[in-house]
Design a protein around this ligand. Structure first.
Ligand code: NAP
Length: 248
């Protein structure tokens, strides 16, 4: 058992991809994990079973985290099952790529609501409990697109850069209460989100990665598990880039 054993963690978008890997990593490290999903009910239940079969505690809970009323129900459900949320990992995200000249308002709005507003709703829902407990860990999955921009992703990059400002402000507001807030900025990670990209885009991305391979969800999960661990208590308001050297 390690120092983090038994802590209550909520991971959003945990049925697939990076969120699933984060949930399983935390579960195997002894956290009690609530796996939020929007549509991937069976996959989230399966990931919860993987944690349970390794001796951990986990359950899956549905919510659209772009909606504040559903976030409230989500955090109430987790608190009811496991007690106050000590670790929040905001991972849920979507892409609606388009060049700015062609971008529709709905593409802008959907990405900002899902990728940025959700972090605000989730962080706000847990922060009072963390302040009361004088302990908390908030991690949000940003992106290298939020650091350096990306053609065709003005909406996504704006949301991911917005996460950085939000996280730094939360970090400043709560640092004296034992709470840390940090972002992880993944590069090109092999998930459903990147699998539909044209071969040319994938090849061009690979050529820009010094490590010479795409990242895996587990690469992000291990960095996230560190940043929310007790060992990272002196790290707050930071963005940890995990991109195989792509944007150094
Ligand atoms: P993915 O495989 O497409 O999975 C997206 C996840 O987000 C799914 O679990 C999905 O849940 C969830 N989600 C989407 N909208 C939601 C909502 N309104 N409420 C609750 N959950 C919602 O993507 P991924 O690659 O794992 O991405 C995870 C995070 O990493 C995202 O924030 C993404 O922007 C970021 N990221 C990814 C990469 C990359 O290269 N893959 C790079 C940088 C950053 P359901 O399946 O249940 O609907």
């Amino acid at each position: 058992m390690n120092a983090s054993s038994g802590r209550v963690a909520l991971v959003t978008g945990a049925g697939r991809g990076i969120g699933r890997a984060v949930a399983i990593e935390l579960g195997t490290r002894g956290y009690r994990v609530a796996l939020n999903y929007q549509n991937s009910e069976a996959a989230a239940a399966e990931a919860a079973r993987i944690i349970q079969s390794s001796g951990g505690a986990a359950f899956a809970v549905q919510a659209d985290v772009s909606r504040p009323d559903m976030v409230k129900r989500l955090t109430d459900a987790v608190t009811g099952e496991f007690g106050p949320i000590e670790v929040l990992v905001c991972n849920a995200g979507i892409t609606r790529d388009n060049l700015l000249a062609r971008m529709k308002d709905s593409e802008w709005d959907d990405v900002i609501r899902t990728n940025l507003n959700s972090v605000y709703y989730c962080a706000q829902a847990v922060i009072r409990g963390m302040i009361k407990a004088r302990f908390g860990r908030i991690a949000a999955i940003s992106s290298v697109s939020g650091l350096v921009g990306n053609a065709g992703q003005a909406n996504y990059a704006a949301a991911k850069a917005g996460i950085l400002g939000l996280i730094k402000s939360v970090a400043r507001e709560t640092a004296s209460r034992g709470i840390t807030a940090n972002a992880i900025a993944p590069g090109f990670i092999e998930t459903d989100m990147t699998s539909s990209l044209p071969d040319g885009v994938r090849a061009a991305s690979l050529a820009r990665i010094p490590v010479g391979r795409y990242g895996t969800p587990e690469d992000i999960a291990k960095a996230t598990a560190f940043i929310v661990s007790d060992e990272a208590s002196y790290i707050t308001g930071q963005s940890l880039t995990v991109d195989g050297g792509m944007t150094m």
